[in-house]
Structures are given as structure tokens and as C-alpha cells.
Design a protein around this ligand. Structure first.
Ligand code: C5P
Length: 215
């Protein structure tokens, strides 16, 4: 029997600590990444799912090769970069925080009179890092959630991050995208492919996306 193809998927948000009880995060539910993981298992891939903290109603699919829960961007970067060399492909779907507090307070920050100014620093762009590490045999797929100039921004990211495919979706529309069960994406390939996948359940969309990318 042929070896199973290996696929790494990231999902969910990350949490960037401010102090022991507070953090910065975003509204990602993890549903799209988990749907991709389920569809990939179904399609016969050996799947590693690396996930930020998601609601307990979002459950890892059965049949994963590995499930790695992480909290912050630095932890996700470490796990993903360690495992990527052994993978045939990676789909980075996680909504990784772009910034984290520059200083993490050891103790709970006390309120004082006046303003509190937070200093933030950039986190590592994990997708960009994998684009640098990628061999000719590996496929790398990213997401681009945009509120404007969808195609232009997605194509720019495809190139800049050295991707094979990018799944672009318009965010800020009611009933789709972040936290919703439905989504609509356009897939752009490095060879000029443009594949619109109209609004549907994330589970079906995940299957259509994998079918388009992996024959
Ligand atoms: O540049 P932008 O954040 O819009 O790109 C989104 C894509 O990059 C997604 O695939 C996301 O998972 C990935 N990403 C990442 N690490 C970051 C930021 C984004 O892997 N720090």
C-alpha cells in the first residue's frame, strides 16, 4: 500500500499574554481549520492539527495522526517549524496574532489613574517562515482574510510568502467567515489558477478546497 500523504494544518486564534490573567486575541473560531482537518483525514491524508485555543464545542476530528494544542504565536511557530520538514504539505488557517505585548507582566497589572499605553511587538509570520523553508516537493497553502481589494492583496501574499495556493475570503460580511459555519473563498494558484468556491458550509468548502488543490 502507498504511504499516506502528510498534511499539517493550523487552526484557531492565538492568545498573547499581557499578564497572568489577561491576553490579546481575535474572533477566530477554528471551524475552517478543523473542517479542513476532517476533510483531509477523509481524503486519506495523515494529518497533524496544530490549534490555538478554541471553544470546547469545536472538536478535533477522529483519525488525526496528531493533535497539538498551543496558546501563543511563538509556541505555534515552534511546533509548526519543527514538524514542517517531514510534511508533504501545510495549510495555515490559524488567525495568528500579528502583535504581542512587548513585556509580559509577572503580576496582574493594577489599575491606576490615567491612561495605560501598551507597547506591542511583531510576532513571527509563520507562513512566511515556511515559505522560506519549503522544498520543491512541498505544497504550502495560506489564507487571506481581507476587508478590501481581495484579489490584489491575496495575490500579493501568494508571491511574498512563496505559496502554492492562497484561499482568499472577504471578511466583515454578515453570515460568513469568522465564527460562522459558512464561508465563501476564491482559490488563487501560483500558476495563475483562479477557482471561486461559492458560499457554503465550511465542511463542504473544506472538501472542495482539498479536491481542487490535491488531485
Ligand atoms: O499576512 P496575513 O496575516 O494576512 O496572512 C494570513 C496567512 O498567514 C494565514 O494563512 C495565516 O495562518 C498566516 N499567518 C501566520 N503567522 C502569522 C500571521 C499570519 O502563519 N503571524
Amino acid at each position: 500500500m502507498a504511504e499516506k500523504r502528510t498534511l499539517l494544518i493550523t487552526a484557531g486564534p492565538t492568545r498573547e499574554a499581557l499578564d497572568p490573567v489577561r491576553f490579546i486575541t481575535n474572533r477566530s473560531s477554528g471551524k475552517m481549520g478543523y473542517a479542513l482537518a476532517a476533510a483531509a483525514v477523509e481524503k486519506g491524508f495523515s494529518v497533524i492539527l496544530v490549534s490555538g485555543p478554541v471553544d470546547s464545542s469545536v472538536i478535533p476530528p477522529e483519525g488525526l495522526a496528531e493533535f497539538v494544542p498551543v496558546i501563543c504565536a511563538a509556541e505555534m511557530a515552534e511546533v509548526v517549524k519543527t514538524r514542517f520538514p517531514a510534511m508533504d504539505a501545510a495549510i495555515l488557517c490559524a488567525a495568528v496574532a500579528d502583535y504581542r505585548p512587548k513585556v509580559v507582566a509577572q503580576n496582574k497589572i493594577k489599575k491606576k489613574e490615567g491612561e495605560l499605553i501598551l507597547e506591542l511587538e511583531r510576532t513571527e509570520d509563520i507562513l512566511f517562515s515556511l515559505g522560506q523553508m519549503k522544498t520543491g516537493q512541498q505544497k504550502l497553502i495560506g489564507f487571506a482574510a481581507e476587508t478590501e481589494n481581495l484579489a490584489e492583496n491575496a495575490l500579493c501574499k501568494l508571491k511574498k510568502k512563496n505559496l502554492d495556493w492562497i484561499a482568499a475570503n472577504q471578511v466583515g460580511l454578515p453570515g460568513q467567515g469568522f465564527q460562522s459555519d459558512r464561508n465563501e473563498i476564491t482559490l488563487y494558484g501560483v500558476n495563475g489558477e483562479v477557482i471561486p468556491l461559492p458560499l457554503t458550509e465550511k465542511k463542504l468548502l473544506a472538501k472542495q478546497m482539498l479536491d481542487a488543490i490535491f488531485q
